[in-house]
Design a protein around this ligand. Structure first.
Ligand code: GDP
Length: 318
């Protein structure tokens, strides 16, 4: 069993590759729910939906969120009627939010709802939220010398990541309940954990903040591999590099490796960062240099294949 830890875009890109090369039953994708929020009576799960839409091949190819071929009748009408229009909900996307709300309302846990939705989309691999209870990322900010704290989507969508970040907090993490299906996988035989090239601070950190997952990873007998989300000193998408600068870190693969420290056993870095190989190897981490820019499904599958080959090598020496 390979367990992938994923956020949205970067997570989905590698997850789709892993799903292409691993048979169903050999891959579990554990997805960040720190970005989730309540909006218009819906529980919106952006990362789960991005992973689900991407694996189903119905994701929007450019935006990194939402559906391909989306229509906007609902949103246009909401706007016309003076409703909140800062968070875009397309018509097709809305159907998922309605079904999810209905199921959650019936008392089903988010993991069951997620497995069911993925099944309806014809996905044969396992996608699970990191927690069945709400965990909400709070962004600590500094604006004009004033300290503040924002709900994640306020920071990310409404304020377009403009405020300077000083840290993060994951409300609800301490008492987070890992889905029963994930607990079973954690008790079973895991060959490797792959940390997808997702944002370390707001996509992967919330997963680490779930106590049962953190304890399981600490006591591991399998290798943890990470693919760097920083390529050539920049984030492929999103605010990861900006966040690093604001937190006093140089945006680079080396700093990401230092940031993860002992939580990662081996690194997959981009060929554009090959010059950092020695310095990361100095941290006592084996390094694989690869083309990590997953601009299409073929490239995702190619990278997944290399990551799995690397995991196999590490397992043999462990
Ligand atoms: P979000 O929740 O939608 O922001 O998604 P993630 O946290 O999963 O993804 C954002 C991170 O993915 C950013 O730091 C990007 O640099 C990284 N990323 C996106 N696409 C790629 C890619 O093709 N290759 C690599 N190496 N990183 C990527």
């Amino acid at each position: 069993m390979i367990v992938a830890l994923a956020g949205g875009v970067g997570g989905a890109r590698l997850a789709v590759g892993l799903a292409a090369v691993l048979p169903p039953g050999a891959l579990t994708i554990v997805v960040n729910t720190g970005d989730d929020f309540e909006h218009m009576g819906f529980t919106i799960c952006p990362d789960l939906d991005t992973v689900m839409y991407t694996l189903a091949g119905v994701n929007h190819p450019q935006t990194g969120w939402g559906r391909a071929g989306e229509t906007w009748n609902f949103m246009n009408e909401i706007r016309r009627l003076g409703g909140a229009d800062w968070f875009q909900l397309g018509d097709r996307d809305l159907a998922v939010h309605v079904l999810r709300r209905e199921a959650l309302h019936r008392g089903l846990p988010l993991s069951t709802v997620t497995l069911d939705l993925a099944d309806r989309f014809g996905i044969r691999h396992t996608i699970l939220p990191m927690s069945d209870t709400p965990v909400r990322t709070r962004v600590k900010t500094m604006v004009g010398g004033n300290k503040g704290e924002l709900a994640f989507q306020d920071y990310f969508v409404r304020l377009r990541c403009r405020p300077r970040v000083t840290g993060f907090r994951f409300a609800g993490a301490r008492s987070a309940r890992v889905p029963a299906a994930l607990a079973r996988i954690m008790r079973g035989c895991v060959d490797a954990v792959v940390i997808c090239p997702s944002n370390p601070f707001v996509s992967v950190a919330p997963i680490f903040a779930v106590p049962a997952i953190r304890t399981w990873l600490k006591a591991r007998t399998f290798p943890v591999l990470a693919v760097s989300p920083i390529v050539g000193g920049v984030a492929v998408k999103g605010p990861a590099a900006k966040m690093m600068r604001e937190l006093g870190l140089k945006p680079s693969t080396l700093e990401v490796a230092r940031h993860y420290g002992k939580r990662v056993d081996a690194w997959v870095i981009d060929q554009r960062d090959a010059h950092l190989r020695e310095r990361i190897a100095h941290l006592d981490k084996p390094v694989l240099v690869a083309d990590t820019l997953m601009t299409n499904a073929t490239k995702s599958a190619g990278l997944a294949q290399r990551v799995l080959g690397f995991a196999q090598q590490l397992k043999n020496v462990k």
